[in-house]
Design a protein around this ligand. Structure first.
Ligand code: NPG
Length: 373
């Protein structure tokens, strides 16, 4: 496989409703797509983070520079840029997992398209559809929260995740349990908003039979999460703190988490995501697939990953319309609480050219081979 061309496209898609978390409010998805052309096929990927480094340290403008100046030169220097060779070639560059994931995924898409193989098949998927959960942002009032959840449950979502922060935690959980009952699969996500000093308060959540509490404490502090887990019956789940499979191994060994959120972008791509899945599954630790409000280009490969056997909990893999009135790909539609796993070669989807053109705010070449065949 020979890399001939890499293009970057800035896209801005309005969200159907603002999404508020403990780290900020999003009203649009602003990111970039990578489009690679090899001598065999084309590939697409989406950078998962946002213009500002509020969820994680990576951000759109920084990732562009890292990809252009640090990652692509290492890849174009390879005699054969097969997907398996990319992570070792990029390893000298510290961190920047989300930028690396964007590069690796576009190349993986192209490579698999060249073989005619779907990503789900390549990864070892065992399902053709995956159960869908929905992540519900922080609201101005409890009635508004209950109304929104009512609508999501009517649409068929099988699990609800509430974003929480100090001042919006026990009461919203209580309100949801009171209205929808104890059988509703329910979990909460704090996005690092608490400290160990809040342990007694967080323990009140133990009364509500939650599936898990996600990333309650500061990112990367496995020791504090382990201490918190000792004081909670609710399973702690880690997201921001796990950057690769080795982090998950440490966290599981320390009992810093009993559930793992796998976001392929956060761990540097689908190959490392699969390693994390294998590791957690071997330890009997359930995993589920996180989301970062992806367009169809990011959602499609997440659905392939979520079809692996260890993904025993519904993911933040919601239908396209939960986020966008119009997506840049054919939309993913909820059927009986599930989304279909793409079956076409590679990630199984490409942008719709007309829609992509309307949502594209800038487009430029990052690399062009000097002598394309
Ligand atoms: O359904 O894609 C989704 C959103 C799920 O809550 C969700 N994502 O902290 O996991 C998170 C959060 C997020 C959104 C993180 C945007 C980063 C950016």
């Amino acid at each position: 496989m020979r890399l001939e061309h890499v293009e970057l496209l800035h896209v801005t898609l309005p969200l159907v409703t603002p999404f508020r978390t403990s780290f900020g409010t999003m009203t649009s998805k602003d990111t970039f797509l990578l489009h690679v052309v090899t001598d065999e096929a084309e590939g697409w990927s989406e950078f998962a983070a946002d213009p500002e480094p509020l969820y994680c340290s990576e951000f759109v403008a920084g990732a562009e520079i890292v990809i252009r100046d640090a990652l692509l030169p290492r890849i174009t220097a390879l005699p054969e840029p097969t997907t398996a060779a990319l992570a070792p070639a990029m390893a000298a560059v510290k961190g920047h997992e989300l930028a690396k994931a964007a590069v690796e995924t576009a190349m993986l898409d192209a490579e698999l398209r060249g073989y005619g193989m779907p990503l789900a098949t390549f990864l070892g998927a065992v399902r053709d559809r995956v159960p869908a959960g929905v992540s519900v942002g922080i609201k101005d009032s409890l009635p508004q929260l209950i109304d929104d959840i009512e609508r999501y449950l009517e649409e068929g979502y099988l699990r609800i995740k509430l974003k929480i922060e100090p001042g919006w935690d026990v009461e919203p959980v209580r309100a949801v349990r009171t209205r929808f009952g104890d059988a509703l699969p329910l979990q909460v996500d704090a996005n690092t908003a608490y400290t160990l000093a809040d342990a007694a308060h967080l323990r009140k959540l133990d009364d509500f039979g939650l599936l898990l509490i996600e990333e309650p404490l500061a990112e990367n502090n496995l020791h504090a999460h382990a201490r918190l887990q000792r004081r909670l019956t609710t399973p702690v789940c880690l997201d921001e703190s796990l950057h690769n499979a080795a982090d998950a191994a440490s966290a599981i060994a320390m009992d810093a988490c009993r559930v793992v959120n796998i976001k392929p972008a956060r761990v540097g791509g689908y190959l490392e995501a699969r390693r994390m899945h294998d590791l957690a599954t071997a330890h009997g630790v359930p995993v589920w697939c996180g989301g970062m409000l992806e367009t169809g280009i990011g959602r499609a490969p997440n659905l392939a990953l979520a079809a692996l056997p260890g993904f025993t909990l519904p993911g933040d893999t919601s239908a396209s319309r939960r986020y966008f009135a119009e997506d840049i790909t054919e939309p993913f539609v909820l059927a009986d609480g599930h989304l279909p796993v793409p079956t076409g070669p590679g990630i199984g989807i490409t942008p719709l050219p007309d829609v992509l053109a309307r949502f594209t705010t800038a487009r430029y070449a990052l690399y062009a081979a000097s002598h394309p065949r």
